[in-house]
Design a protein around this ligand. Structure first.
Ligand SMILES: Nc1ncnc2c1ncn2[C@@H]1O[C@H](COP(=O)(O)OP(=O)(O)OP(=O)(O)O)[C@@H](O)[C@H]1O
Ligand SMILES: [Mg+2]
Length: 462
């Protein structure tokens, strides 16, 4: 399509005169916007092409951004001159920025990556993009020219970590330069176009104080959490996908004493501990020949030889559960990890299954006994249907009764309904049980007000 034809199609919807079946004003406006978007995409391709003709690619990499921007501005000027199309200044600047993003960055993803309010970016094929803002998913107008364009951007992301996606390795985990976590999966596994999921890295992590102010955790429960960490209880954070497990783990870690040596183990480094003495470890996938893999399990074992005061495992998902429990049981108390599960009970059965995955020959009963003696507290969190994250339950393990692990709930978020705006209604309450760990805390000189556990207590005084 030549510029002239494109321009014509932009003008056409506007020129359609009134008639019996004429589109509504909104339809016309939408049609016009779409046609203009198509035209802009085409214009970008042309600018791109001319730019490559003028400057060779190898040079481009070395030129400063401003210099390329000037060059692009000139090309844009020439092109628009030929075509006599009017672009206002803002449109022109956006166009130059888009071309720059394409050349030097990740194209259409750049504005979303820069937008601080966006926490997740989900690309479902070249023309469907969703983002998460304030806990809620929304579709955005961002799109790629075509599937090939999207694939090119994906290759750009994964090549930065020395990998590539193709038919023989159709899915890959990667990380952006700023630490954002990326997963890409392409054809033939992705049926309707490549899928890209980005969990953005927030430069300023959500702190416990933030969580209190967002209403995720009442201040009084946060006090108990602080005591739990200071008293070196072993903690499991349980929750579904994107419920805020990693975020809470990070916030809890802020209660750890500066003087302790912390070893963190993750598949993809996300934790941002504030202490000075943190030894960070990250797993490594196998290379193309299938060699060199280092698993979380290997790292947990290695961590034990690193004289850690505490081990923080980003997410426990397989055989490393066994080694983690061993560590908790043998003097590395105060260790923490997260598990993907929907209830505290469910978290324990997941861990039991994971012990099975370690290949260690151990009876279900002894596995449970291991769990019961290693873990002190399970914190269940969840993402409510309105997008808010809440601490749903805080439970403590109290031992075994026969073959069953005994557990008691100390605090819960009791959901009562929804208001007209669709917001989940409910309140935090104490179950009325003074936790067994309160005694343990007391012996360490950490005193918790017994009134905290009174079911009549208002945990969220306003
Ligand atoms: N209490 C909270 N209030 C608001 N947003 C939150 C809260 N906790 C986490 N988030 C946001 O929710 C998103 C998911 O958080 P996080 O990565 O901690 O979840 P996760 O459970 O570890 O997810 P995954 O299952 O993918 O590992 C992040 O963008 C984070 O900023
Ligand atoms: Mg996580």
């Amino acid at each position: 399509m030549t510029m002239w034809q494109i321009k014509k199609s932009v003008v056409e919807p506007d020129e359609a005169g009134p008639g019996a079946s004429s589109p509504s004003a909104e339809q016309r406006a939408a049609g016009k916007a779409l046609a203009r978007a198509d035209w802009l995409i085409d214009l970008k391709v042309q600018i791109h092409r001319q730019l490559i003709e003028r400057i060779n690619l190898a040079m481009l990499e070395k030129l400063p951004r401003e210099r390329i921007a000037t060059e692009i501005s000139q090309i844009v000027g020439d092109l628009l001159e030929q075509d006599r199309t009017a672009l206002n200044r803002a449109e022109r600047e956006t166009l130059v920025a888009d071309v720059l993003d394409e050349l030097l960055g990740l194209g259409p993803l750049e504005p979303l990556l820069k937008d601080e309010s966006v926490t997740d970016i989900l690309v479902n094929g070249h023309d469907v993009v969703f983002v998460e803002r304030r806990g809620l998913l929304e579709r955005v107008a961002t799109r790629f020219q075509d599937e090939k364009h999207l694939l090119r951007i994906i290759q750009k992301i994964v090549s930065a970590v020395g990998r590539r996606v193709d038919e023989s390795s159709p899915f890959v985990d990667a990380r952006l330069a700023d630490g954002s976590r990326v997963n890409a999966i392409v054809a033939p596994l992705a049926i309707d176009g490549s899928l890209l999921s980005i969990r953005k890295f927030s430069k300023i992590p959500i702190s416990m104080a933030n969580m209190i102010s967002y209403g995720s955790i009442p201040a009084k429960v946060a006090e108990v959490l602080q005591a739990i960490v200071e008293a070196r209880l072993n903690v499991i954070i349980s929750g579904g996908t994107g419920s805020g497990k990693t975020t809470l783990l990070n916030a809890l870690s802020s209660f750890i004493d500066e003087r302790e040596r912390i070893v963190t183990i993750e598949d993809s480094a996300e934790l941002q501990l504030q202490q000075d003495h943190v030894a960070r470890l990250e797993t490594r996938p196998a290379n193309i020949e299938g060699r060199g893999e280092v698993t979380q399990r290997d790292l947990v074992k290695n961590a034990l030889r690193m004289r850690p005061d505490r081990i923080i495992l980003g997410e426990c998902r397989s055989g490393e559960a066994f080694d983690m429990l061993q560590a908790m049981n043998t003097g590395h108390d105060g260790s923490m990890t997260t598990v993907h599960a929907n209830t505290p009970r469910d978290a324990l059965s997941r861990i039991e299954q994971m012990i099975g995955m370690s290949g260690i020959d151990i009876s279900p009963r002894s596995a449970r006994a291991q769990i019961a003696s290693a873990i002190n507290v399970v914190i269940q969190i969840g993402r409510l249907s309105d997008g808010r994250r809440k601490l749903l339950s805080l439970s403590e393990l109290t031992g075994m009764e026969g073959d069953t692990i005994t557990m008691q709930e100390i605090f819960r978020f009791h959901i009562t309904g929804r208001n007209e705006a669709g917001q989940v209604q409910g309140q935090f309450e104490a179950a009325g049980i003074r936790p067994k760990f309160a005694t343990n805390l007391q012996t360490q000189g950490i005193h918790l007000d017994p009134r905290l556990f009174d079911p009549r207590a208002d945990l969220e005084p306003t």
